[in-house]
Design a protein around this ligand. Sequence first.
Ligand code: TPP
Ligand code: SF4
Length: 349
Amino acid sequence: MSYIKPKFRHPSLPKNALGVTIADYDGAISTLCAGCGHDSISAAIRSACFLSSIPPHRIAKLSGIGCSSKMPTYFLGKSHGFNSVHGRMPSVATGASLANRELTYIGISGDGDTASIGMGQFIHLIRRNVNMTYIVANNGCYGLTKGQDSATADLGSISKNGGTNPFDGIDLASLALLQGASFVARSFSGDKEQLEPLIRAAMAHNGFAFIDVVSPCVTFNNQAGSTKSYAHTREHLDAMPLDYVPLRDEIRTQYEPGTIQSVTLHDGSVIHLHKAGADYRTDDRNAAIAAARAAHDEGRILTGLLFLDPNSQDLNQNLKLASKPLNALGKDELCPGSKVLSSINEGLR
Ligand SMILES: Cc1ncc(C[n+]2csc(CCOP(=O)(O)OP(=O)(O)O)c2C)c(N)n1
Ligand code: SF4
C-alpha cells in the first residue's frame, strides 16, 4: 500500500525555470524499509528532474519487479509510468521510445531485475542505444523476496545467514562498457552530491545512459562481510565528484587547473569531472574498462562518470524514424497519397 502525501507545502519553496516547486515532482510516501538506499535514489531523481526543469508530464517512468522497481511510485507522481513484469522493462522502454521520442524516459531496475532475469533484455537496450536513463539500484541481493544473493553479489561476500558467495559478481558497469553503451556511470545512493548531477547529465544524454548505483538493503544485506553494505561502500569508495552545468547557466565555481576535466554533451550542457586522474579520459572506452577492472581487483568501488560518447546517435536517429511522435502524425503524413508511393516505388526499381 502507498500513502498519499499531504498537499500542504511551505509557500516560499524555490521555483525552477518552469515556475513550479519541487513539490510538483513528489510521489507517494515510500513504504520501503526505513534507511533503504533506494529511497535516497528516488530523492536524487526527484531533485534532478526539478533542477533540470523537465515538465513532469513529459517524463515516463518504467520499471520491472523488486523493491527497486517499486521506487517510481515514490517520485514524479504527475509523470507517466509503467510497472512491467520482472526483467522485461527494456522491451516496454524500447517500444515507448520508438513511438514517442519526445518524452524523457527513466528506467528503474534492481540487480536481480537486470543482472539475472532481465539480462537478455538489458544487453539489447545497450546495443540499440535506446534513448533513456537506466538506473540499477544495486544491493547485491533480491530484497523483495527476502535477501537471496543476486548475480552482482561479490565473490566472498557474506550473506545475512552466514553463507559465503562462491561466485564472482557481474559488474554491470563493465558489462555496459564492453557492450558499447554510450554513457556509463557508477554511484552510491549515499552520495547525493555525485548522484544528482550524474542523473541530470544522463537525462541530457542522447542515447542509452546507464547508472549503476550501489544502494544498500538495510534489512537483508547490510551486515559485516557484505560488500554492498553502507559501511563497506563508504570505506572503499573511490569517487570522482562532478558538476553538471546546463546550457545557458553561468559557470560560477572556481576550479583548480589540472584537476578538472570538462565534457560537453550534445545539447551544449557541460559536465566538470573533479580529480579525474591525469591520464583518465571519459571518451576512452578501453581506459574506462581498464580503470573499472583495476578498481575491482583492488577492492575499490570506482564511482563517477566512467565513459561518455558525446556524438552518440540514438535508436530513432539510427533507424531514421519520423522526427515527430507517432501520435502527433496527421492523416497527410501517414497517408501521403499515390504520387509519393509511385516515387518510392520508382526509387526501388
Ligand atoms: C517471473 C518472476 N520470477 C520471479 C519473481 C520473484 N521476484 C520478485 S522480485 C525478485 C528479485 C528482486 O531483486 P532486485 O531486482 O535486485 O530488486 P530489490 O528487491 O533487491 O530492489 C524476484 C526474484 C517474479 N516476481 N517474477
Ligand atoms: S527489503 Fe531491502 S531493498 Fe527492500 S525495501 Fe527493505 S531495505 Fe530496501
